[in-house]
Every structure is written in C-alpha cells, then in structure tokens.
Write a protein that binds this ligand. Structure first.
Ligand SMILES: Nc1ncnc2c1ncn2[C@@H]1O[C@H](COP(=O)(O)OP(=O)(O)OP(=O)(O)O)[C@@H](O)[C@H]1O
Ligand SMILES: [Mg+2]
Length: 329
C-alpha cells in the first residue's frame, strides 16, 4: 500500500511515475499542503510545468488518528467527480478529476490555485455579494437538475460516510453525556445547550429528520455545502470536497447552505435571494427544509464539528432558539 506523506517526495515521485500520473522525466519541484483540512491527506504537487492536487483517505481521520473513518471514502468522492464531468455547468464549478487509484485510495485533481475558502465568513465581517450567492445557487441548481433520477437506486449511497455524518448532525450534539465540554469552546455554552438536549419534543423531530437524511432520494447532493467547501478563485467560486455526497433529498444541500447564511449573519435579502433563485423552491417540502436548516445550525453551535465562529454567547442563544423554532414548527 502506498502511503502519501509530505516528507517523502522521492517515494511519491516513484509512485506518480508508476501510476503514469507523471510524464517520463517529470519531477517534483515542490510539495505542500494546499489548505486546512481535517479528514484526509491532501497535497499540492508542483513540477517544472504544472501543479495538481492529490488526496488520500485512510481508515481514520487525518487530524485525529484515534477516530476511525471509512477507508475508501475518497473513491466515492472520485466517483462523484467522474459523474459530474458529464455536465458542463457543474464541472465548470469544480476541479477536474485527473485520476483515481482504487488500490491506494487516492485521487488526483486539477489545482484550482492558491486561494482561500469562504471560512473567513465566520469572522462575521463580510456579506456575500449577489453574484456570489448566484454562483452558489447556480451550482445547486445544476447539480440537482442534471443528475435527477426518476427511479431511486443504489448509486452513490455512501452509506458509511452518511452514518458518520448522521451521528454528528442528528445524535451526538443532543446526547447529554457526550463527553464534550462545550465550555471549552465558550464559557456558558454547556449550560445553554442543556435545555435543548433535554427537550424530548425537539429530539423526536430531529430523529425524524435524521431518518430522512439517511433515506434514499432522487437528487445527487454535494453533501457538505458549506463555506469550507467553497473556494474563491479567479474564475469565481469553485466547489470542492464532495466526500459526503449521496443521492438524497435536495432539501439537505439547500438547508446546509441556508444554515450557514444564518450562521455567518448574512442579510435576510441573501436568504430570500437563495429561495427565489433555487429552481423549484415552491416544490420543496418546507418542513423538511426548515428542519435541516435548524439541525445544521444547532450541530455547528453545540456539536463537535465547531466552526471558527466569532460570535458571542447571547447571539448564539438567539440563533439556537431560532433553529429550534425552525425544527419544531
Ligand atoms: N483542487 C484544489 N485546488 C486547490 N486547493 C485545493 C483543492 N482541493 C483542496 N484544496 C485545498 O486543500 C484543503 C483541504 O482539501 P479538502 O477540503 O478536499 O480536504 P479534507 O481533508 O476533505 O478537508 P475536511 O476535513 O475539511 O473535510 C481545502 O480547504 C483547500 O484549501
Ligand atoms: Mg472533507
């Protein structure tokens, strides 16, 4: 098994030659980490004439090796990239897939350049421009429309990754004894979370939403459509990291997008813009959509997958209340 390692460029060069992802006399000029990530090993390879990205998944989370994760998850990501390449509209907004190595759980991707993602929005200092919102909605419109199924089947079920996400969105945050002291994130957060963890009506609704998340659907979803998956490039917003992709309810992708618009305190007009420009908003199930928005807001505030959110406790309390109402009503 080949193990990707930033400190072993010679072994990597040999591997790339063997894989024929390198031309005969191509060599590595520079090897670097392209950005912050937790789950996988991601590297930027620069040669004399080009650069590209390689991504390897292992049987654990890269940053927390004691946490197990589905070993071959990057192959599902590769399959997603392969699938969307047939839609010009969707492909344009994502890196091109350059190669898949199913033996070593590794993919090669087009390098979108040394850019930032949109996690800077969690500083709460920036509003997305209409043009940016348009690009985000266009992406979901293209993805959800182009790959819609008439009959639900077993393509891209991504079951293991979905179970992992299910646990972190719908269960863990609401378990009273989950071993995570929220006061270590922000003093007072633990107490704030407790009333939600003790609300059985709320938990019942969340359980139902969790089952819907786990159910099969007709729409191909990116599965993790939040600012960490959006790169700001010279060619506009590009979307990366579809490792949580699956065929499911389109309300989930849209709900996650809207949740992060609330979490980053975007204007109400931004929310309206998304709703007005999503291609068939009127056909959506608003109870499910609002439920997914609420769950994503709550899990980001009181779950394990914390964001670099610069928000005071009082504002978090208001947002949690808002999220609860979205789920309960
Ligand atoms: N094709 C690309 N072009 C340029 N930069 C990229 C590309 N793919 C990834 N990156 C950079 O590398 C970072 C990590 O990549 P990615 O999000 O795919 O990894 P991950 O391990 O799945 O991360 P996470 O733990 O957030 O899920 C990205 O945030 C981005 O900055
Ligand atoms: Mg990822």
């Amino acid at each position: 098994m080949f193990i990707l390692n930033a400190n072993e460029p010679e072994e990597l060069a040999t591997y790339l030659q063997h894989q024929q992802w390198f031309a005969a006399n191509e060599t590595i000029v520079s090897l670097s980490k392209p950005g912050e990530g937790n789950m996988n090993c991601v590297l930027r390879i620069e040669t004399e004439s080009r650069s590209f990205i390689v991504k390897q998944s292992r049987g654990y989370v890269e940053k927390y090796p004691q946490v197990l994760a589905p070993e071959a998850r990057v192959l599902t990501e590769g399959a997603f990239y392969k699938k969307i390449s047939s839609s010009e509209k969707v492909q344009r907004a994502m890196p091109k897939l350059l190669g898949i190595d199913a033996v070593n759980n590794l993919i090669a991707l087009e390098d979108l350049g040394k850019t930032n993602d949109y996690t800077v929005l969690y500083d709460l200092q920036q509003k997305l421009e209409v043009g940016e919102l348009q690009q985000l909605v266009n992406y979901l419109n293209g993805l959800h429309q182009s790959f819609q199924k008439t009959v639900v089947d077993d393509e891209l079920t991504n079951t293991e990754m979905r179970s992992l996400n299910y646990e972190h969105i719908f269960e863990y945050p609401f378990r009273e004894e989950n071993g995570f002291n929220l006061d270590s994130v922000q003093e007072g957060l633990q107490k704030l979370a407790l009333s939600y963890k003790k609300n059985s009506d709320l938990k019942q609704k969340i359980e139902r939403l969790g089952s819907l998340y786990l159910s099969k659907g007709k729409y191909l979803l990116q599965g993790d459509f939040y600012p960490g998956s959006w790169l700001k490039t010279n060619q506009g917003i590009k979307v990366i990291d579809p490792e949580f992709c699956f065929y499911g309810l389109r309300e989930f992708d849209l709900g996650v997008l809207l949740a992060h618009l609330y979490l980053t305190q975007q204007e109400e007009s931004a929310i309206d813009f998304v709703k007005e420009n999503y291609y068939s908003f009127a056909e959506l199930n608003t109870t499910i959509l609002n439920g997914f928005i609420g769950c994503e807001i709550m899990r980001r505030l009181i779950g394990l997958a914390q964001l670099p959110l610069k928000m005071d406790l009082k504002t978090k309390a208001t947002l949690l209340q808002f999220a609860e109402n979205l789920i309960l009503k």
